[in-house]
Ligand binder design. Structure first.
Ligand SMILES: [Zn+2]
Length: 547
């Protein structure tokens, strides 16, 4: 096995990478890429919400492109892999929450103070004491556990609503803190017998202001519907187990969070200062209860992943697959922003799907096929919690142990020239060696995520494959803190991310997008041609999920 020290050996060589000049050919290929974005993010696609006909129209476009390029269908029903979802819509006007301190009731305003989650199964009504458990990280493997402290022992969480903040102590790696926000949190809550969870985001960790968080509360939440293969998936990949307990779940506005702490002997300001400094947080009973009635509307929808295959050239290795993936779904039609109600999702993630299509086409046209097979996979349900990729990673349409790697693109942000890529999963597997080698050829610096507290590692589809033990990377255009590129990125998040402004009238560097597509195609080819299959490094926490 390759040690982490070797992974970083080629890093200094590419530190001075400045990107390649953009050529006329890049411009032309950039336009071809943009033509797909224009089709998928057009108003007629109405934001491609999972489970809608609009999503199916977009899916039909993708399939028509795969067909025209002569790629083989590799789903269940042709190119499609059907996925079923349980849908929950929270009716905020028929729901209510209040705080209770020593019998004194303080009604809260949904939307202003907090929003109710639609992701899981909410109880119809609840009344329970609040207990603050810091960051809510349950990582006994790393000898860190906010769920079990002398102040708040594990056994005392039964029947309580746990209150947590985003972030974590500096000594824990970013990817590990992000991992703890997913299945370990759900499992720890269920095992402790907690009845609810309130999450307080820290303003520093938020991509946009509370107003947009609040307007997203009317969106339907989804989870994978129960499937006959669930037990087998959980046995094979414990991290992919779906926890289906009924649990009160809300997100609290950090601007109003002092209300929660008023009788606890602590202030939110004091806790926020600790969290911003990545210091340990205290755990304590809050001497307050929360009471809520939650009204939801429930339904079921079906929405497919799309899978196309390019057969490899090597008689043996062609049975293994390198995945190139992106997600097709976005947020649909919702609360108006700047007078518009269609959330087009041009960058998020029509851009990534367009790249998969262009990369697939370039492989089909190439004289030489890669040795392993390539699988081009377009996911549904990403915006609902990486659900399409989660379904695929647990129930792939090719033999599960033959998936060699996943290379995922999710709003890779070609807003400025390509000099650097921020890569998720760089510390975890030998794919880092490949990314750095191909980066050097393309004069692109390959760097880890400089903002791990945004939890990007668990916020895009490559993470479903990490949970299934498959080496995986996801990447975005990188920047240097304080640079004009950094400002463009932050401004994009604040103004366009998950807003109606992520539409077709935004400045995009087409040639840089084409250069990115070339980089990714070369990376896929290198991984597919390598006699050795990629694998997790011993130093990676996620090594344990590998079969
Ligand atoms: Zn998104």
């Amino acid at each position: 096995m390759i040690r982490a020290a070797i992974l970083t050996a080629s890093f200094s060589a590419v530190l001075l990478a400045q990107g390649l000049p953009e050529t006329a050919a890049d411009q032309a290929r950039g336009q071809a890429w943009w033509a797909h974005v224009k089709a998928l993010a057009d108003d007629s696609m109405r934001g491609r919400l999972t489970g809608t006909d609009d999503y199916l129209h977009a899916a039909a476009y993708v399939v028509s492109q795969f067909k025209a390029d002569g790629l083989k269908p590799a789903g269940i029903d042709g190119y499609y892999q059907p996925v079923k979802f349980d849908v929950t819509r929270v009716l905020a006007e028929q729901s209510a929450i209040k705080l209770i301190t020593d019998g004194h009731e303080e009604p809260l305003t949904l939307g202003t103070d907090a929003i109710l989650s639609a992701r899981g199964q909410q109880p119809k009504s609840i009344s329970a004491p609040l207990v603050f458990i810091g960051y809510g990280l349950h990582l006994p493997e790393a000898k860190y556990d906010d769920f079990d402290s002398p102040e708040v022992p594990f056994s005392s969480l039964k029947g309580k609503i746990a209150v947590i903040m985003n972030g974590g102590p500096a000594e824990l790696p970013g990817a590990l803190k992000s991992f703890a926000r997913t299945s370990p949190l759900a499992k720890a809550l269920a095992n402790a017998g907690a009845v609810g969870i309130i999450t307080i985001p820290t303003p520093k960790s938020m991509d946009f202001g509370w107003a947009r968080v609040a307007s997203s509360a009317s969106q339907p939440g989804m989870r994978l519907a129960a499937d006959p293969r669930d037990a087998a998936v959980a046995a094979a990949h414990p991290a992919l187990e779906d926890i289906r307990t009924t649990m009160f779940a809300a997100t609290f506005n950090p601007g109003e969070a002092e209300k929660l702490f008023s009788s606890s002997g602590h202030t939110f300001a004091e806790l926020l200062a600790l969290a911003d400094a990545q210091k340990p947080l205290p755990r304590f009973a809050m001497n307050k209860s929360l009471s809520a009635t939650v009204t939801t509307e429930n339904s079921q929808v079906e929405s497919p992943n799309i899978v196309a295959k390019l057969e490899g050239s090597d008689r043996k290795l062609r049975n293994e697959y390198v995945l190139v993936s992106a997600h097709l779904d976005h947020l649909g039609v919702g609360a108006p922003i700047n007078g518009r109600t269609i959330y087009n999702g041009a960058m998020d993630d029509a851009s990534g799907v367009a790249s998969v299509l262009e990369i697939a086409k370039s492989f089909k046209r190439a004289h030489k096929r890669p040795r392993r097979s390539l699988l081009f996979v377009i996911f549904t349900g990403e915006e609902k919690g990486l659900l399409g990729s989660r379904f695929f990673a647990g129930r792939p349409t090719v033999p599960a142990n033959e998936i060699a790697a996943d290379l995922n693109m999710d709003m890779f942000m070609p807003l400025f020239p390509l000099k650097k890529l921020h890569v998720q999963g760089l510390a975890e597997s030998t794919l880092a060696v490949d990314a750095r080698a191909v980066g050097a050829e393309h004069h692109i610096e390959i760097a880890p995520d400089p903002e791990p507290d945004r939890n990007s590692f668990v916020r895009t589809d490559q993470y479903s494959f990490v949970q299934a033990g498959v080496p995986a990377l996801a990447m975005k255009f990188g920047w240097t803190a304080g640079s004009p590129e950094y400002k463009a990125w932050r401004q994009w998040l604040a103004q366009r991310y998950h807003s109606t402004e992520d539409n077709l009238s935004q400045p995009v560097d087409y040639a840089a997008a084409a250069q990115f597509n070339s980089f990714l195609a070369d990376l896929a080819r290198r991984v597919a041609d390598d006699q050795n299959r990629p694998h997790y490094v011993d130093s990676s926490f996620f090594h344990r999920f590998e079969k």
